[in-house]
Ligand binder design. Structure first.
Ligand code: ARG
Length: 251
């Protein structure tokens, strides 16, 4: 018994030393953002670094909470599951608020009003949604564009990993049209004389999504977004990251 007690004590002191060296309570306090970084200007890669409007919003939440911050990118289908399972704290990926998603996550107040558009070749210019019926339509997997094809057009879309990949399929003639959110769509079409963008075919709003039942975290996110909107910071980020992602295209 005595030996065992001593043994336990030394294990405990090693553990306590580890905690002290780590400078924390053993719990990782990092606020983890999950995103899908092929969606400029909201999130894209600057070299290896994930940057964009959504990243700055989440970093500002971490600053408010005085917590370290980290962003990670996965396929868009895996973004919302990552906050549900607790692998990440904040999902921010130009995520549209939908009734379906509201069943599984809580949404912050919206930070952008937007929608999806049709990208077409000028040689087969999109004018009315009748043109979409029965055609191969490229979308990013897991998005509201995919839902539009499934629900409004009642047909199977051609799924891609990113808006840019869907646009490459359009250019190669593998799909007739692409549906995507307007800002990444604008980025894809920029500098390409062959392609055109339609007006909005839906009206949507982006928000940050978190695991349900975290009123304090939700309040912190909402306060951050309200402040960034009111003081002009959000508008500045939109302008700056649009310019940066457009210029990355010119290279
Ligand atoms: N707004 C659309 C949606 O919520 C598309 C978002 C795609 N975002 C991304 N980072 N790839 O379904």
């Amino acid at each position: 018994m005595k030996v065992k007690g001593k043994y336990m004590k030394s294990i405990l002191s090693v553990a306590m030393l580890a905690v002290a060296l780590c400078g924390c309570t053993g719990k990782d306090d990092t606020l983890k953002m999950i995103t899908e970084a092929t969606f400029p200007p909201y999130e894209f890669l600057r070299g290896q670094e994930i940057v964009g409007i959504d990243v700055e919003i989440c970093r500002a939440v971490a600053q408010r909470l005085n917590r370290p911050f980290k962003a990670e990118t996965v396929d868009f289908d895996s973004v919302i599951p990552a906050v549900i399972s607790g692998k990440a704290d904040l999902a921010a990926a130009g995520i549209t608020i939908t009734e379906d998603r509201k069943k599984n996550v809580d949404f912050s107040i919206p930070y952008v009003k937007t929608g999806i558009v049709v990208i077409s070749k000028k040689s087969n210019l999109f004018q009315t949604t009748d043109q979409l019926k029965g055609k191969k339509i490229g979308v990013q997997s897991g998005t509201t564009s995919e839902n539009y094809v499934l629900e409004q057009l009642q047909q199977e879309p051609e799924r891609s990993k990113s808006p840019a990949e869907a646009v490459a399929a359009l250019k190669a003639g593998r799909v007739a049209f692409v549906i995507a959110d307007i800002d990444p769509a604008k980025n894809c079409v920029k500098g390409d004389d062959e392609l055109a963008l339609s007006d909005f075919i839906t009206s949507e709003e982006y928000a940050v999504a978190i695991r349900k039942g975290q009123p304090e975290l939700l309040a912190a996110i909402n306060a951050t977004i309200a402040e960034l909107k009111a003081n002009g910071t959000l508008a500045k980020w939109i302008a700056d990251f649009t310019a940066e992602s457009d210029s990355l295209k010119d290279k």
